[in-house]
Write a protein that binds this ligand. Sequence first.
Ligand code: NAD
Length: 476
Amino acid sequence: MNEAQPQNHHPDETGPSRRSVLWTAGAAGAGLGLGGLTAGPAAAAAPRAAGPSTTAAAPSAKGKTMIGVPFERRSTVRVAIIGLGNRGGSMIDLFLAVPGVRVVALCDPVKEKTARAARKVTNAGQPAPAVYTNGDHDFERLCRRGDLDFVYVATPWDLHFEMAKAAMLHGKHVGVECPVALRMEELWKLVDLSERTRRHCMQLENCCYARNEMRVLRMAHAGLFGELLHGAGAYLHDLRDLMFDPTYYEGPWRRLWHTRLRGDLYPTHGFGPVANYMDINRGDRAVRISSIGTPALGLAAYRKDHMPPNDPSWKESYVGSDRTISLVQTAKGRVIRLEHDVSTPHPYSRINSLGGTKGVFEDYPARIYLEPDQGNDEWGDFSRYTQWDHWLWKEHTNPPGGHDGMDYMLVFRLMQCMRLGLVPDFDVYDAATWTAPVPLSDRSIRANGAPQEIPDFTRGLWKRARPGVDSEKPEE
Ligand SMILES: NC(=O)c1ccc[n+]([C@@H]2O[C@H](COP(=O)([O-])OP(=O)(O)OC[C@H]3O[C@@H](n4cnc5c(N)ncnc54)[C@H](O)[C@@H]3O)[C@@H](O)[C@H]2O)c1
């Protein structure tokens, strides 16, 4: 199977134009008092709280660990969604499709989007949700509600941190779209806040729940690849037309990040699954990253060919590498290669490979070479390994929603964990680890590829083996 086809990747791509308000990242950031987040490259590249010599140490240890902490058991999970654009406006369908979930509050300053999402809730037979459309800060009022268990954040990147923080400070568990935050000190603050508030803060990395990734995960844990040695993951997705489309995103926020950061802006789709294969934070640890980047030519070349001379994009200078390649080394010496490229022509790929002493898997297209099953230097057929499918994929053979069902699997499983009072499959330590390449790859590129330490967000608890996405099916 071919995961996450580009046309599925943007479920609303062919929908009507929705943009009525120009919410640039800069404008929204300024409104939230987040001006520093959208400041120049130096500010983005140089974490204030943790300089190079201190990145591996926790700047402050304020609470007990959140590793292994279960959710409170509840029969119904009451969900709020902040950000109802392409992502939030389609993920709502999946929250409404999962049993035992009620969508009780919605927030987006664009009133039509909130109204459309509210209609989805009532069409699903649930009571009308509370709506928060009153400007940049209305999400804070939403977070103060007493009748919420979980807040889902699907807004532009520079807003993620403040929204996750507000949710936790007001006692809600929070799941955030990729990347969970952009700066190293923000990642540490999320770890601190999760520990202090005893609320889970999770990177909702849907690719960890894709069918191939989950099958490879189970095969890796069953020892079919032998001792694991190397893996690779990526976000290779030609977003040029969408990033220059004046109506697709709510303003040019996504393109503007290519004027600020040089590194891997979106590492979690590739890093999350490979980290799971290798039990990162569950027996192994990502310890350092070195990144190099190509010149940034793709967006300017696209603009030259497609944008009218008076388009505001002509004021922009792109600094982000078209292709960023990073090498991560783990405490056990394994190597993970991460790639990011959204600005040159390329068929969609997350690379998704894993190799060990007994063989190798590579995706796009899926192929496998394992001893003793294959030989003669020829790839084997990955579809012969369906017996290794995760229980979620055996139980839900035709999941609804985009991205070939992985979005539904993520939402279903998370809501199941919340209803049954289970430990979540991933936690704030995974969120921080999978996202750390955003600031660190930028810093490494600016230092000519010099290795950057990846902090031990677990504060030493990474050595302990524990379950993750490779879960046992629970008793309902
Ligand atoms: N996991 C995936 O497969 C996947 C796919 C697409 C997008 N995403 C992520 O989802 C997030 C949103 O992306 P998108 O494509 O939906 O962008 P978008 O521009 O379509 O939607 C963002 C929404 O946030 C709203 N917003 C802006 N400021 C706000 C505020 N202060 N309060 C509340 N709402 C606010 C905007 O009005 C807009 O509706 C990003 O983090 C993106 O990386 C993830």
